[in-house]
Design a protein around this ligand. Sequence first.
Ligand code: GAF
Length: 423
Amino acid sequence: MKQPLPQPAVEAAQRFPAVFQDDGAYASPLGAAWASGRVNIIGEHTDYNEGLVLPAAVSRVVAFAGRRRNDLNVRLWSEQFQESGQFTLEGLPENFAQQRDAAPKWVRYVMGVASELIRAGIELCGFDAVVTGDVPLGGGMSSSSALVVASAQAYALFSDGKFTIGTEHAKLTPMQLADLCAESERRSAGLNGGILDQAASCLGQPGKAVLIDCRSLDYRYIPFDAPDLSIVVIDTNKRRELTNSGYNDRTRECREAWQTIKALMLKHEPENPAGAAISSLRDVTPEIFAKYQHELPEVQRKRAGYVIAENERVLQVVALLEKGDHVGVGQLLWEGHAGLRDEYEVSCKELDVAVEIARSVPGVLGARMMGGGFGGCTINIVRNEAVEALREAIEQHYEPQTGLRAGFDICNTVGGPGYTFLA
Ligand code: GAF
């Protein structure tokens, strides 16, 4: 079915002839593929702890426009990086590490997806494409996951119908694709991330958030379409790469925390089967945590305390959304931010300033840092009539406190990824 083209796909298609003109035969691109970035309403740093998340895909996309080749080469031009890159599908996944280390970072993501698709037994074709997008790079809306999910769509588009995504008879369901994309990102970037970003991009539906159990990979849609409210994303413009941040330390600290709690339980109540069954923080109930928290080293106590409370907040937010209680939802966003700042320690001055400015504006129901942290953006749930007041407050107060100019974006929830022929 022909789908409407997002603007970056239109731009990539327009650029294609000029970029690949030296190949003469190429007048125009054959097709376009795209995927969205995401917001995460609540459930931060819970995914790699096998917990709960509540994201939504939003109207910021990464897009490819290009043409299938008759060989196994993939040749790319990034409008955002003004850089080309290429690799061969031949020898993947075995020669992935070798090819990856010689490629620009953004190309590694596209290569990583190919590597995982081939590992899954899917036959791919080479292609030439222009890549562009409007998901802020390193801005906390998951530009990298939009890139990997869009890459998978591009392989599907250009692979002559050899594999399909998301249809009734598809080789890959959207959640299987998300899982594959998450693994490809881990291998491409060396970040021990979870499935939040890729699943949000793969499962998007307009007007809906999606509650995902990151252990079972079950999910269900939750209405998120109050006409009197806006989702505002404030980009602090504090850039960071999660691979060079404390992100992987947090995954390690969480593992150490559940291992300590498990050891304590096995020691003090060996007859309790709940102790032996602990294999992630997901298995540590608030009751177990209350009993053993005082015996944990401080860092483990703080990390585990945050994750356990955040899983509870996800369930509370879902219940409040189902009742239409957005004031209650907002309150839990403020609380989530405090936990990320004080216990999980992944916030930074710029994120805290943006959240505090938002707190001072009547009609902002809630705000918190979003994504991995250490920079990036905040999500704000705002009454429509307060959106301009929030914009003015950020314009007036953010730069003097941080030396940076903030971005301001009103986001709409959208459907999942797609591809289409352009002829
Ligand atoms: C980053 C990661 F990629 C996600 O998997 C998730 O852990 C998130 O940080 C924090 O919730 O976006």
